[in-house]
Design a protein around this ligand. Structure first.
Ligand code: PEP
Length: 252
C-alpha cells in the first residue's frame, strides 16, 4: 500500500436486530484502539440513526448504507434516497454488491446512475465488482471486471471519480469460506489500478482505495492487506463478530 488510507469495512447485510447492532458496535468500540484505520460499518438502514449517535465521538468510525436509489425522491415504494441516508448519519454507500446484482438484477447501467447520484449528493460509493467462478475458470475475469468498471464507473468525470472506493469481491469467495489467495487479490487489484490509470491517469490511480472482499477472516487478513495494491477489506461474515472484526482491522 502506498500512502492510501487503510480501510476495514464491515458489511452486515440483512443481519442483526437494532438492539443486537447497538451491542455489536459498542463491543467494537470497546475492543478497538486502532485510530489509523478507517472503519466503515455498512449496517441496515433501520440502524443508521441510532448507531450514528454511538460512533459520532470516534473520528475513524463511519457509517455506510448497503444500497440507495438513483433518483432524488418520488414514487418508489420501498426504496431509499441518498438524502435520506445522509440525514441519518451515513457517509458511504455500498453500490453494486454481487448480491444486489444477482438477487435484485442491478445492472451496470442502473449502477452507473446510482453512483453518479450518490456522489452528487455527497455520499461516497463503495463500488463492488468481481467475477463468478465460471468466469474465472474461463480466464476472462480481467475482461469481465474491466467491463463492470467501464459501464458502471468510468463515465464519471475525474473530480467525481476521485471520491470513489472500489471493492474487488470475487463472487466465488463471498460467504463461501474460500478466500482468494493474496496473489490472486494483488493481481486483480493491480489490473484494476492499471485500468484506472489508463482512464484517469497515474495520480488518480494511485489515490483510489481498492478493497478486497470475499471471506476475509482474522487469519487471512494480514497477508491480503500487505499486498501493495490491497488497501483493506470489505468484510461480510466476520464483521458480525466484534473479536473477529477487531482482529481484522488490526491486521494492517
Ligand atoms: C461481502 O458481503 O461483501 C463479503 C465479502 O462477505 P464474506 O466476507 O462473508 O465473504
Amino acid at each position: 500500500m502506498e500512502n492510501r488510507q487503510q480501510i476495514a469495512a464491515g458489511n452486515w447485510k440483512m443481519n442483526k436486530t437494532f438492539e443486537e447492532g447497538i451491542a455489536l458496535v459498542k463491543e467494537i468500540i470497546e475492543k478497538s484502539n486502532n485510530e489509523r484505520t478507517l472503519v466503515i460499518l455498512a449496517v441496515p438502514f433501520t440502524h443508521l440513526n441510532g448507531i450514528a449517535d454511538l460512533v459520532a465521538p470516534i473520528p475513524n468510525i463511519k457509517l455506510a448504507a448497503q444500497n440507495c436509489h438513483e433518483k432524488e425522491s418520488g414514487a418508489f415504494t420501498g426504496e431509499i434516497s441518498a438524502n435520506m441516508l445522509l440525514s441519518v448519519g451515513a457517509d458511504y454507500v455500498i453500490l453494486g454488491h454481487s448480491e444486489r446484482r444477482e438477487h435484485f438484477k442491478e445492472s451496470n447501467e442502473v449502477l452507473a446512475k446510482k453512483v453518479e447520484h450518490a456522489i452528487s449528493k455527497g455520499l461516497i460509493p463503495i463500488f463492488c465488482c468481481g467475477e463468478s467462478l465460471r468466469i474465472r475458470k474461463a480466464k476472462i475475469h480481467v475482461d469481465f471486471v474491466s467491463n463492470q468498471l467501464n459501464e458502471g464507473l468510468f463515465h464519471l468525470n475525474p473530480e467525481a471519480f476521485s471520491k470513489v472506493i472500489i471493492a474487488y469481491e470475487p463472487i466465488w469467495a463471498i460467504g463461501t469460506g474460500e478466500t482468494a489467495t493474496p496473489e490472486q487479490a494483488q493481481n486483480m487489484h493491480k489490473e484494476i489500478r492499471a485500468l484506472i490509470e489508463k482512464k484517469y491517469g497515474h495520480d488518480l490511480a494511485q489515490n483510489i482505495p481498492i478493497l478486497y472482499g470475499g471471506s476475509v477472516k482474522p487469519d487471512s487478513a494480514k497477508d491480503l492487506f500487505h499486498q501493495p495494491d490491497v488497501d483493506g477489506g470489505l468484510v461480510g461474515g466476520a464483521s458480525l463478530n466484534a473479536d473477529d472484526f477487531v482482529a481484522i482491522l488490526n491486521s494492517f
